[in-house]
Design a protein around this ligand. Structure first.
Ligand code: NAD
Length: 452
């Protein structure tokens, strides 16, 4: 079976990719089990050196990887360069881990008690189509650093950069079968990762529905699982904030990657006294977002990933929707959708409640701090969010009040590879990145040595 990769900005065929079947997955997992026996024994300094070489190989290939992502996913070239650079950075960051995978020595009577952080074995990483490179790297880099082997399944729609990363690993000297990339269907390759008893951990990023299935499947084997799922994050703008800056940056907090971002701030909450002024400032900011050919360095937003996804996004804006204003987008070939602002919206409107995963944002007024926190928390999700205020105490109070995993004050940043990332509530389980991610790829072993 094959999948035809289509350029979402032109609708032209990029490449046809062979999809793995169940037998090929089983073979790959068997090879991964064998490779694990050697990889876990590679001296920490040597494993670190190999990961640094892998990072350097990615660094030398950044332009190529970025061009692949522009063609495959329609990401703007500046985003795609950042994404490839992020894989390099995550590899460098975790290349420092093998020599620092420290255990403890715990005082006990009659002997010595020490702990080891043991690798788990084969780790299955399942990746969505919205950020094919970074999300792959957040899984495989710490997994490999901790001494595991990895089988990785990219999304059906976006296999190209993951396949290239697999080649770069081998070119960099990572031993054969330590890191294998298996393009294929979720119901075949992804499902087999979950059901195969030799896969000891699943790192899943994707929709809540599939995440629930993956978690249920893992439960049958008490398989470790990390889930990074959807979001409906709030951008909370107080009247005492720098309103010009808040309005000028708000489009980029939600329309980056055409809104196909689990961290998209897709609900903008504005204090009632500043609501009208904010909308006046927000309208030209939305109009100024440059939507167009993603290979053009001046483009700020590209197309949606597929025709089917565009249909899904537009279903949230049916005839008669309260469209306050819209930006521009190209006409002609490509899965384009303009930045769209909905206001006022009812709290029962699906556009208010559900993750749209496209360039559609709702703007909602609030009365005071408590009301802002209440509305922000009125969602089954809790992934990211922003708070705009000049009042430091308020920023911290609201940050503590919002049930979400990654917040930024007076900015829209959610992701730094050296700080933890993950969701509250139905946005996920476990944390990626930062120093603690290694715990998700190891089990603690306690050993007591009697000295008496
Ligand atoms: P999806 O759930 O449809 O697919 C995700 C991956 O799971 C794909 O590789 C798919 O092939 C695979 N899959 C599908 N069925 C499977 C099964 N039965 N068993 C195992 N694997 C299976 O999601 P998507 O449409 O690719 O991505 C969009 C979603 O991902 C959005 O909801 C978004 O919020 C979420 N997301 C979350 C984060 C985060 O870090 N929290 C990051 C990016 C995307």
């Amino acid at each position: 079976m094959r999948h035809d990769v289509v350029n979402p900005a032109t609708e032209e065929l990029v490449q046809s990719v062979e999809l793995a079947d169940r037998e090929q997955v089983d073979t790959a997992i068997a090879l991964s089990v064998q490779a694990f026996r050697h990889w876990r024994e590679v001296a920490p300094g040597d494993r670190a050196r190999l990961l640094r070489r892998f990072a350097e190989a990615v660094d030398h290939d950044i332009e190529h990887l970025a061009a692949l992502e522009v063609a495959n996913a329609g990401h703007t070239i500046s985003n795609a360069r950042w994404e490839a650079g992020n894989v390099r950075d995550v590899l460098f960051y975790y290349s420092a881990a093998p020599e620092r995978l420290l255990g403890q020595q715990i005082p006990v009577p009659g002997g010595v008690d020490i702990t080891f952080k043991e690798p788990l074995g084969v780790v299955g990483v399942i990746v969505p189509w919205n950020f094919p490179m970074p999300i792959a790297g957040w899984g495989f880099a710490p997994a490999l650093a901790a001494g595991n082997t990895v089988v990785l399944k990219p999304a059906e729609l976006t296999p190209l950069t993951a396949m290239r990363l697999g080649e770069l690993a081998v070119e960099a000297g990572i031993p054969e079968h330590v890191f294998q990339v298996l393009p294929g269907k979720g119901s075949v390759v992804g499902d087999r990762f979950v059901t195969h008893p030799d896969v000891r951990k699943i790192v899943f990023t994707g929709s809540v529905e599939v995440g629930q299935e993956v978690m249920a499947g893992c439960a049958k084997q008490v398989k470790r699982v990390t889930l990074e799922l959807g979001g409906k994050s709030a951008n909370v703008v107080f009247a005492d904030s720098d309103l010009e800056r808040a309005a000028a940056t708000a489009p980029y907090g939600v329309f980056d990657n055409a809104g196909q971002d689990c961290c998209a701030r897709s609900r903008i909450l504005v204090e009632r006294s500043a609501y009208e002024r904010f909308l006046e400032l927000f309208e030209p900011a939305v109009g100024n977002v440059v939507v167009g050919d993603p290979s053009n360095p001046s483009s700020e937003m590209g197309p949606l990933i597929s025709a089917a996804h565009r249909d899904r996004v537009s279903s949230y804006v049916p005839e008669g929707s309260p469209v306050a204003f819209r930006g521009q987008c190209p006409t002609g070939p490509g899965y384009w959708y303009p930045p769209t602002v909905l206001a006022p919206v009812s709290v029962t409107d699906p556009a208010y409640r559900e993750e749209i995963f496209g360039p559609v944002v709702v703007v909602i007024p609030f009365d005071d701090e408590a009301d802002a926190i209440r509305i922000a928390n009125d969602s089954p999700f809790g992934l990211s969010g922003s708070i705009w205020t000049e009042n430091l105490g308020r920023a911290l109070r609201v940050a503590r009040g919002i049930e979400t995993g990654a917040l930024s004050v007076n900015s829209h940043s959610s992701v730094r590879y050296w700080t933890p990332f993950g969701g509250f509530k139905q946005s996920g389980l476990g944390r990626e990145l930062g120093p603690d991610a290694l715990d998700a790829f190891t089990d603690v072993k306690n050993v007591f040595l009697a000295t008496g």
